[in-house]
Design a protein around this ligand. Structure first.
Ligand SMILES: [Zn+2]
Length: 390
């Protein structure tokens, strides 16, 4: 079979033997595989990531000198079962799977380890227990978006966003666009999106953002002023004293009223902000510009060191949360949201290529005006990313 291998930051098509599924594993024929922003970073920065992963206890992450096959956002057809499989899905049926595989030496990250080749290939092996049939005859283009959309769904859930919240999405690459789609699917009525690129802002609109901001011209944090957010320290202090005085006019002790209010979820209003950029300085700019008590969900992956002023975050009591991945349940729910048509990620898909075109697709993705998500179709001969007419 053909596969695209990354080694010393070079992408190259090679012939490899067809992979053999182990116990509890399944070989898939790849239908589509998305090129993830993390693949673009991994091409040049695999060793930095491997060092981080090693410090966190995973020492089998890919290294730049190893022939790593990327690809963790895929859909495929069941081709062959290994031993001790339940075989619930018929051979030839379309499936998606979480990109994790269990071997004798533990669990490996599919598409980011030399021990678990990914879906930039005609075939790959997945774990049967993490594989799910694609329902409703869902288009493989859309099914392949399950993985990145599950990342967005997890971020939205970790942000505990309610329909009444104002949500502000900083950065409208594939991650930010996915978050916008999931926020709208969750019924959030006020979604602000911010990106320097006009092309990305147009995609944010297409994904359902209610207000789109060019941060060079306006602050995304003031786009929804008048929503009762506290923007400075004096207004928070005034609110505290004012609330105490108001409750003091009631016949019961003010502290009983205050406690009851807390139990009912009363408190200062705040937006939920999604950091979907992942470059140094963005967290600081959010802490500086955000209203008091903002909840900040960091989805963008900044691998190097970053700086921010904790005292600024403390003065505003910023609630900073970091998120990664998704649970098998979130992955399954995302697949079904896509299959039921509750979320349509097609605005993100800006091109498709064959394996021959992967190198060109990586270059094309560097330009935010032209591309967001490019899918690989291993059966295609397209050497340049373009939108197929299906
Ligand atoms: Zn990814």
């Amino acid at each position: 079979m053909k596969a695209v291998v990354c080694r010393h930051a070079e992408l190259e098509i090679v012939e490899r033997p067809q992979p053999t599924p182990g116990s509890g594993q399944v070989r898939l024929q790849v239908l589509r595989c998305g090129i993830c922003g993390s693949d673009l970073h991994a091409r040049h920065g695999l060793d930095d990531w491997a060092d981080l992963a090693e410090q966190a206890g995973y020492d089998r992450f890919g290294r730049s000198h190893e022939p790593v096959v990327f690809g963790h956002e895929f859909c495929g057809e069941v081709a062959e079962y290994g031993r001790e499989c339940r075989r619930d899905v018929p051979t030839g049926a379309p499936v998606v799977a979480l990109p994790l595989i269990r071997g004798a030496k533990g669990v490996d990250a599919v598409g980011l380890s030399v021990h678990a080749p990914g879906a930039y290939a005609e075939q790959l092996v997945v774990e049967e227990s993490l594989m799910m049939p694609v329902p409703n005859g869902l288009d493989p283009d859309v099914a392949a978006m399950t993985e990145p959309m599950a990342v967005a769904w997890h971020a939205v859930r970790r942000g505990e966003v309610r329909p009444k919240h104002v949500a502000i999405v900083i950065g409208c690459g594939p991650v930010g666009l996915g978050v916008i789609l999931m926020l709208k699917a969750r019924g959030v009525r006020a979604v602000v999106a911010s990106d320097f690129s006009p092309g990305r802002r147009a995609l944010a609109k297409a994904c359902g953002a209610d207000v789109v901001v060019d941060p060079a011209e306006a602050s995304p944090f003031s786009a929804m002023h008048g929503r009762g957010h506290l923007v400075d320290i004096p207004s928070a202090l005034k609110l505290a004293i004012g609330t105490r005085e108001k409750l003091g006019r009631l016949p019961f002790g003010w502290w009983h009223e205050w406690r009851l209010g807390e139990r009912l979820g009363a408190g200062p209003k705040h937006p939920v902000i999604f950091e979907c950029v992942g470059v140094p300085g963005v967290i600081e700019s959010i802490i500086e510009g955000a209203p008091l008590f903002s909840r900040v969900v960091v989805v963008g992956v900044c691998v190097g060191p970053d700086r921010f002023r904790p005292a600024m975050a403390i003065n505003k009591e910023i609630d900073l949360r970091f998120v990664v991945g998704y649970t098998p349940l979130e992955f399954r729910d995302t697949l079904h949201m896509l299959a039921e048509g509750e979320v349509d990620p097609r605005p993100l898909i800006t091109g498709e290529v064959g394996l021959e075109g992967v190198d060109k697709a990586f270059s094309a993705l560097a330009d935010p005006e032209r591309h967001a998500k490019i899918l690989i179709d291993p059966h295609s001969t397209a050497a340049e990313p373009s939108l197929p007419t299906r």
